[in-house]
Design a protein around this ligand. Structure first.
Ligand code: MN
Length: 341
């Protein structure tokens, strides 16, 4: 089954899922609200159906999302703990992954046991992907929206409150609280359904967005005072060095959302973060307001993503990567500015 951004036949998807009893749900390393929320959305559905289901992720759940884990449903992959169970998994459903390698060593276990995989994602995937089943909808604001579509199709009963809590979290985080250009009618329909079942959506907002550590804010303060502007202010870029992270007593995960913040500056069309990952690789992150695409730039640097939110891991020292990333970005954005005017 392969729906690589073609009309999804949920009937067919449902048939494949119904043929599976033992189901493992997983998402990319350093998971976000969309991956975790999608897992949660399907987990409670499968539990209700008495499937043998577990959520096993490469990375631990970030504490901001603890509210989704009241039942302790999120497990962190541990070979000794999981490989026996994984051996007999009928289907591994992978959410929001973007790139298969982002489930890291879980790929090795899947390969070792020759497990069936189902990719459910709203990131682009090439036609020569490695999934048994591929279900991609680039128009979905979040993978969580696709889970909503599936559950609407698969269930005769309304979607349960715990599933909706996951789906709401997915939609809320991937639309930047219903603000980004991907926000569509379905996102709001989902929100209405959540309110109708009595979900306290403001509490989800608070848990995710009003939970900044002092370290994160200190790090943010340092980078905000060192923003560089190029191309008449169309491009804003900033560095995050390992030293800065250390000084602020922060972690690499703390930079999540910083590019979105820099993008909010008036006149800035594209924000670019260049973060020192270790001594010989950097993580770069693009956020566009919607005029100029950035996933082509990320792709040329070995990464990918959505049209207006993309990134890459680039080999090289901070100095080197800064030079390359800026050169490529400025060239591409200048070209787009010329085409646009
Ligand atoms: Mn997503």
């Amino acid at each position: 089954m392969d729906y690589n951004n073609t009309d999804i036949n949920w009937h067919e998807v449902n048939d494949v899922i119904n043929d599976s009893n033992r189901i493992m749900l997983t998402t990319h390393e350093n998971p976000d609200g969309d991956g975790l929320g999608s897992e949660c959305g399907l987990y409670y559905h499968f539990k209700e159906k008495n499937n043998d289901v577990r959520i096993i992720n490469y990375s631990p759940i970030p504490s901001d999302y603890d509210f989704l884990n009241i039942d302790g449903i999120f497990e962190t992959y541990d070979h000794n703990l999981h490989h026996e169970w994984m051996k007999d998994v009928d289907m591994v459903i992978i959410f929001d992954v973007g790139d298969y390698v982002r489930i890291r060593t879980i790929v090795d276990v899947i390969d070792y046991y020759g497990l069936n995989t189902m990719n459910i994602d709203h990131h682009p995937h090439s036609n020569d992907h490695q999934f048994t089943h591929n279900i991609v909808d680039l128009s979905a604001a979040a993978t969580g929206c696709m889970i909503y579509d599936y559950l609407k199709f698969a269930r005769s009963k309304p979607i349960g409150k715990k599933s909706l809590e996951g789906i709401y979290t997915a939609v809320m985080t991937d639309t930047g609280c219903f603000r980004y250009s991907n926000t569509d009618n379905k996102c709001h329909e989902i929100a209405i359904e959540c309110l109708n079942v009595g979900l306290e959506t403001h509490k989800i907002y608070k848990a995710v967005y009003e939970n900044n550590s002092k370290s994160r804010m200190q790090l943010l303060g340092e980078l905000l005072s060192n923003i560089h502007y190029e191309l008449d202010g169309n491009l804003a870029w900033f560095l995050v060095t390992l030293d800065m992270i250390k000084r602020a007593n922060a972690t690499k995960a703390d930079v999540e959302g910083f590019s979105d913040m820099v993008r909010t500056i008036r006149g800035v069309e594209v924000a670019l973060m260049i973060m020192e990952n270790d001594t010989d690789s950097c993580r770069i992150n693009f956020r566009s307001k919607g005029k100029y695409s950035v996933n082509d730039i990320a792709k040329s640097l070995g990464g990918g993503g959505h049209a207006f939110a993309a990134g890459a891991i680039v080999a090289g020292s901070l100095e080197n990567v800064r030079e390359i990333a800026l050169e490529v970005s400025m060239k591409s954005i200048q070209q787009k500015i010329n085409e646009y005017s």
